[in-house]
Design a binder for this molecule. Structure first.
Ligand SMILES: [Zn+2]
Length: 480
């Protein structure tokens, strides 16, 4: 313990010196009047360092390790407190211009006064393309732009010309994009297949270099999009899917899985709105496995598909009755959309905005947590496959998170972001300590909760801090 005290002293002095040198650059007068370093830095390191060492005594470690399956002291809550459901809006980037993307995301994600009313401040992600070779003559917008004007990383198939790459990279980094809508828009009226494995390889090299690297893959379009995978069946519409066929010139799932795609929408739309867990395993033809996920895409009316995933249809997707039921049943819902597909510049009529404001009120009331698709799926995976143990020693509860025992991908020790939102019911959250792989999680990363609707208290790892920043603005200014 003496040695620790010594280390602690050195650490505090170092922090103090850093704080002083930092401040002196800003204002040397200020430091002259100040009796010492800024307290925030010094105090936090003083209290955190010894706390960690004292808490994880050998007896606690042994107890946790000897009871690897003891979870009864701290059962998992289904959703982060206080929510009883989680929803994502998962938008395919078809026919979307950069201007449309920025207009509707400013409205959805920020709290700004926009031309369509005050922003909602919801965590809604989107998808992106690298290539567009669609030969459709449909107008994308009021100016009559055609398919080649769609938001895409490269210009057509020319990998030497970046089109909207900088914007896509930036919007991925800030969370307005979190999914890949396959490698691109290869839909063709002439039914030719323009995708090749080489284009996939270049795409992954570019994504690795740039940091635009989604873990969600969403298939796009029909049979010209041979890159699609996950639902191949020689007897169905999906017999064209070749992305996972090692014998095909369109094979790429070796690259795609190795580069971090975890979750795949395999082109099969669902009329079911909500799920206990949206994930299901998919076995690919190259022997690999990946998580599929369910998206609500359509209703069935008189035995016929009525696709509701179009602009100006959102009010039919998100209704008060569905939200009530979602909360009542404690479920997940992923609502598929094509937010940029319309040509009139904005995807929502007043009635759709009303539906979105209703959704926001459900979040504000602590009922439904709205999360971008990748966060919802990571949460659903962690919540279902978490391996942890809990013990009580001398009136204190210790919870140690060991791993995510994911049999489809592989078991891993999670990062703190991969366990955000996980919440444990405990008798006394104030006397509970949560550890990740036997290292204590700092208190500022934890959330202590009061009674919920089951009259139980809980402690959880904090969800992501809301981010309402208007990321469309600085970029727009640059182009003006
Ligand atoms: Zn699409």
């Amino acid at each position: 313990m003496k040695k620790l005290q010594g280390n602690k002293f050195i650490l505090v002095v170092l922090v103090a010196l850093l704080a002083i040198s930092g401040l002196s650059i800003i204002n040397s007068m200020e430091i002259a009047e100040s009796p010492g370093p800024q307290p925030v830095l010094a105090v936090s390191s003083q209290s955190d360092v010894p706390l960690i060492e004292e808490l994880i005594s050998d007896s606690v470690k042994n107890a946790l390790e000897n009871n690897p399956n003891a979870t009864s002291m701290a059962p998992l809550r289904k959703f982060p407190y206080p929510y009883n459901a989680m929803m994502a809006i998962s938008s395919d980037i078809d026919d979307t211009t950069v201007e449309e993307f920025e207009t509707y995301h400013q409205f959805l994600n920020t709290l700004e006064q926009t031309s369509h009313g005050s922003g909602l401040g919801l965590d809604i992600g989107d998808s992106a393309w690298l290539y567009v070779v669609n030969d459709s003559l449909t107008d994308l917008d009021k100016e009559g732009h055609k398919a080649e004007y769609s938001m895409a990383y490269f210009q057509g198939l020319n990998v030497n010309v970046r089109k909207d790459a900088e914007k896509i990279i930036n919007y991925f980094k800030v969370g307005w994009i979190d999914s890949l809508h396959s490698f691109g828009d290869f839909s063709r009226n002439d039914r030719s297949v323009k995708f090749t494995r080489d284009l996939g390889a270049v795409a992954w090299k570019e994504m690795n270099d740039s940091g635009f690297k989604p873990k969600v893959w969403i298939n796009h379009g029909s049979e010209s999009n041979a890159q699609n995978f996950g639902a191949f069946n020689p007897k169905t519409l999906f017999k064209y899917q070749a992305g996972d066929d090692p014998k095909s010139p369109y094979y790429h799932t070796d690259l795609t899985m190795d580069n971090g795609i975890r979750y795949v929408w395999n082109s099969i739309g669902m009329s079911q709105f909500s799920y206990d867990n949206p994930l299901f395993p998919i076995k690919l033809r190259d022997g690999r496995q990946v998580w599929g996920f369910q998206r609500y895409t359509h209703d069935v009316v008189n035995g016929k598909y009525d696709w509701t995933w179009e602009t100006h249809e959102l009010h039919r997707q998100i209704t008060e009755q569905r939200l009530k039921q979602l909360v009542q049943e404690s479920k997940f819902s992923i609502v598929a959309q094509h937010l940029g597909k319309g040509s009139d510049g904005f995807p929502f009529n007043p009635i759709d905005i009303q539906a979105l404001r209703l959704l926001k009120s459900y979040q504000d009331d602590g009922k439904v947590l709205v999360a971008r698709t990748s966060r919802l799926l990571d949460y659903a995976r962690a919540q279902k496959y978490l391996r942890y143990s809990s013990v009580q020693i001398e009136g204190k509860t210790y919870i140690n998170i060991n791993s995510i025992e994911d049999s489809v991908l592989k078991p891993t020790t999670p990062t703190i972001d991969e366990i955000r939102g996980l919440t444990f019911y405990v008798d006394d959250p104030d006397k509970t300590y949560v550890l990740l792989n036997l290292t204590i999680i700092p208190k500022d990363q934890l959330q202590i909760n009061g009674l919920d609707r089951s009259s139980k208290r809980s402690i959880g790892i904090k969800w992501y801090t809301p981010d309402f920043a208007d990321y469309s603005q600085p970029l727009k200014k640059v182009t003006l």
